[in-house]
Design a protein around this ligand. Sequence first.
Ligand code: MOS
Length: 754
Amino acid sequence: MAQTINTEVTRTDARRKVTGTASYAADMIPAGMLHGAMACSAIAVGSVTSIDTSAAEAEPGVVAVYTHETLPDYKTVKGFYAGGPGSSSFWPMEGTEIRYAGQPLAYVVAESAAAARRGADLVSVEYSESGAAIHMDPEESFVVGAGEDSEGMILTKGDLQAGLDGASQTVDMTFTTPFQHHNPMEMFAATAEWRGDRLTVWMPSQSVRTLRAGIAGAYGLPETSVRVISPFVGGAFGSKAGITPYAMLTIAASKAVGAPVRLIVTRPQMYTVATFRPETQQRFRLGADAEGRLTAFEHVETAQTPRFDDVVNPGTHITRAMYACPNIRTEQRLSRSDTNTGGFMRAPNEMQTFFGLESAMDALALKVGMDPVEFRRANDTMTHPTADVPFSSRSLMESYDAVAQGFGWSERGREIGSMTDGDWLVGYGCATATYPTNILASNARVRMQATGSAYVELAAHDVGTGTYTIMAQVAAARLGLPVEAVDVVMGEGDLPVAPISGGSTTAASAGSAVHDGCMKIARQVAEVVSSMAEGPLAGVDPSRVTLDDGTLRGPDGQSQSLAEALQMVPEGEVEVVGTFRHPALTPELIHATFAGGYGTAGPVTPEMAMFAFGAEMAEVRIHRYTHEIRVPRLHGAFAAGTWLNRKTSHSQLMGGMVWGMGSALHEVTETDTPRARFLNANIAEYLIPVNADVREVRVEMLEERDDYVNPLGVKGIGELGIVGTAAAIGNAIHHATGKRLTALPFRISDMVSA
Ligand code: MOS
């Protein structure tokens, strides 16, 4: 059984998913269910002067139409982070005010989804419209909390100007990244059913406990009266982490009509009723000496935020951890515009910041005349540059060396434009990937039966990443059972506390709680069998019995399989609650997680800095005449502590790299700027890489041991793969053509004009 971890285990839910028997939240249909639909604002900023719902109400099948004036007992959860991640402080349908395009203005309940949609289309709204700006203006930006509690929003070490003055080469470069929107396969949906004062909500969620706590708090109900159920999630990546208006509107509408109501948000509405990746600007001023060592490092990140919320995903906290430098300055800024509240999207804001950082590093390497990989090596460090604590483990250069070998980096032409193949200009580029190892408290209930079955229950989530499988693997490995003998139940708010599935934390934190539960089972069983008159472990000191892949071992070499020992326990089973409480978790952070919030420790603790690392290399080909950009090869090597499952880990890293390619070449939310609206608000017009774009993607997974991060030695990898891909592709484009592209996504038009 020792082979259960770090092997390729096929997802335990794969068959259910591909045969359609896995029930997603919107597949649950309570008896008597009605259907909801929203009518949303056609203007961005202003107010509702009148709403006429008579045509909608006359539509056959329509049961009720609610507006800000007529929806009774509608509750909201205010404040970004207040009730958990991603809650807006401005909520629709509380009054006449309109603050973003696509803001819900009316909620229709009908006997069929089609009737509800028709009803929503028939709601007639008159507006008073004010001017609106959808794009941020970095000239009009600010630092959150500066002067009081700036939480590292501005950080200075050494003397930046002296470092720039003393450099033999410098770069001063500004990069931009666009709005990007979530388009998960599973659409946003919520179904609410009230029975008296008891409420059940089926909704795809990355944080069922956040949702339960927020809803119960809003309605003044005990948490035991609110069930939140989210067994499967068909793509999340930050889009299903918060408490959203569409959910609270559905809950209120269901209460008002006295029947269960299900809302499936339309594809266009998904752009304005949930979170997205805000646009950013990244400015880097770097200096290096003649040997290629950094003498100055400045990063100023400005990110878009709505008028009413300060959404900070501090990318500068990550970039400043990358390279040794005596003089560092980072500054985190926000700039307001008229949108709904943005937030998380896979690696916020590492994706954006590393596009800038790694492009600037490439430019500086060229200026000092060094190979880009060797330039990173010259600035590698085992000590966090600003926190002055060691990295718990850091395999950045091992990653570069591994990927370089497989990729054939040594064949890279030294000169720009030196590699061609017929009419194709060929370029090689590289970039660093990293992701912080965030730490959150978790519990997990684990039960093992003498019959050879085990049960694992916790309020964690499988957002498509393979959590069901890896939780079963951890228990199977420790308890000495086959993976199929472990039943994992997750995705319900009533289960033992597990953290939000965000920030790449679930495998590490929830997995460690499962691990701890198995150890506790072993201890309890050891206490029983050691006190018995007979048996292999009779009379041994139970505190000295260890569990080694399903085998209990005494101090003098005595041993007995856990399953066999369990048969000597009168109950024939043992049930415990395993816990994960990293020493870096303060009581306040533990409390925050248990209250449904986001009590994250790390990635920097008073003792250590915890990050996963990787290196990515891209080959691009640009057609000499059409300027078409192709990426025939994308290679990455990554080190992230223990690999729990080599198949699902590989998929996460590969998926991240493919999404990174999308960020580089395809993805952008276009805007109707004069009207402050998202334009291509539809999965059909939002470009992502397809099979024809994705050619060879190779992922190498390096071995790394880290005893500090958690008992399993696991670092999160859900987001690692996307970080660095855009820069690797951009650097390869520069190598092929000499054109330095500074705005995502890269387009043929950039190749013509740059
Ligand atoms: Mo992830 S963007 O932390 O859901």
